[in-house]
Design a binder for this molecule. Structure first.
Ligand code: TXA
Ligand code: MG
Length: 350
């Protein structure tokens, strides 16, 4: 397939390209586009055939439901059976933005979009280009992250092209996603509302609106038979670069010592080692390829750089990646969730 790639100038948006992307979507094609969280791979959420193409292009397991993206709050009305009071409060406070709300689906949503579930996740992105494209399409847009299944989600146009060139009709964008990790998913089909995936809207922010909100206990732990994550997608190994990742968790001195110990061990075995560090620790590691996520004082920047850093190591030919850890509060919860998953829960801690 011939993929059209358009790099937008954000100071002067190419309205024709946006219209064209909308046209492709409305007619059953696939378009990758930017959002504030990560890039998405869109199709008409109401078109069974179009949605199936997403699963093919990504190599996505069939049991993993898609999130439906809308351009206006009122677009939700025909997609769900009801909007409970608490969901309405979240919408008022956090839309447009990185929050996906799970609600009972209406019969307009085909089973391929919801992967056979009775519920559907809806999100209104804050990214202007995303909303313009959805508007131009005139339909709700099902959009998973625009990566090949299992890989870290793309946060810029180039990474999208890397994964999807030749597999989709259109790739449009240009700016880096500024949140850097996917939306928070909150299940409002149950009470109290349950966070199925931590993301750009933090637990603390959600609790300010509804103090009973809690996180699905299954998602921060290694997947076990007894404790299945409620979001089907959270059970898969994910965000994984080619080399295995190990997360080292403890105070910073312990972390630095342990990582250097491991570098020595792997180097002796003839392995190339990558280290995911921070500005504060960047020059503390020797005999390794070191990438910084940014300063420990700004967890939002760390989230922004996380997936790009994981992907960078694929270009660098390392055999193992050792990563520092972060405090599990605020955005740190989402960062640690993605890191642990990328490591397949291979965590060394004191
Ligand atoms: O930030 C985002 O949400 C991005 C951008 C493109 O908007 N999209 C995204 O989609 O991350 P995806 O498909 O990569 O992740 C969707 C996750 C999966 O883990 C899926 O299992 C879960 O949402 N999910 C979707 N619908 C669900 C439902 N009805 N019940 C439970 N989990 C659901
Ligand atoms: Mg994804």
């Amino acid at each position: 397939m011939n993929t059209k790639v358009v790099k937008l100038n954000y100071n002067n948006l190419d309205k024709e390209a946006i219209k064209e992307a909308g046209y492709v979507l409305r007619n059953g094609g696939l378009v990758a586009f930017p959002t504030e969280t990560v890039y998405g791979l869109g199709a008409n959420a109401l078109d069974d055939k179009a949605v199936k193409k997403i699963f093919d292009a990504k190599g996505r397991p069939q049991d993993n439901p898609l999130i439906v993206h809308i351009a206006e709050i009122s677009d939700i009305e025909t997609l769900v059976q009801e909007v409970p009071e608490v969901a309405f409060k979240f919408i008022k406070k956090f839309w447009p933005g990185p929050l996906t709300i799970i609600l009972p689906k209406s019969n307009k949503i085909p089973n391929s979009t919801s992967a056979g579930l009775d519920s559907i996740g809806i999100r209104m992105p804050s990214n202007e280009v995303a909303r313009e494209i959805i508007k131009a399409s005139g339909v709700p847009i099902a959009a998973p992250s625009a990566n090949i299944s299992g890989r870290p989600s793309p946060t810029d146009l180039e990474r999208c092209v890397e994964d999807l060139n030749g597999k989709v009709d259109y790739i449009i964008g240009g700016e880096k996603s500024n949140v850097g990790v996917e939306s928070t998913i909150i299940d409002c089909t149950v009470y109290p509302p349950c966070i199925l995936r931590p993301g750009g809207v933090t637990l603390e922010m959600l609790k300010e609106v509804e103090k009973e909100v809690y996180i699905d206990p299954a998602i921060m732990k290694k997947p076990e038979e007894k404790l299945k994550p409620k979001a089907p997608g959270m059970k898969y190994r994910h965000y994984a670069p080619k080399a295995p990742v190990k997360v080292i968790q403890g105070d910073l001195d312990f972390t630095i010592t342990k990582i250097n110990e491991l570098i020595n061990k792997y180097t002796k075995e003839g392995k190339n080692v990558g280290v995911i560090a921070t500005d504060e620790t960047l020059n503390k590691y020797h005999n390794a390829i070191v990438e910084t996520l940014g300063s420990r004082n700004n967890i939002n920047i760390i989230a922004q750089n996380l997936f790009e850093t994981l992907r960078k190591f694929d270009d660098k030919n390392v055999d193992v990646i050792l990563s520092e850890a972060f405090e599990e509060k605020g955005m740190g919860i989402a960062v640690m969730n993605r890191l642990k998953k990328s490591a397949g829960f291979d965590i060394i801690s004191i």
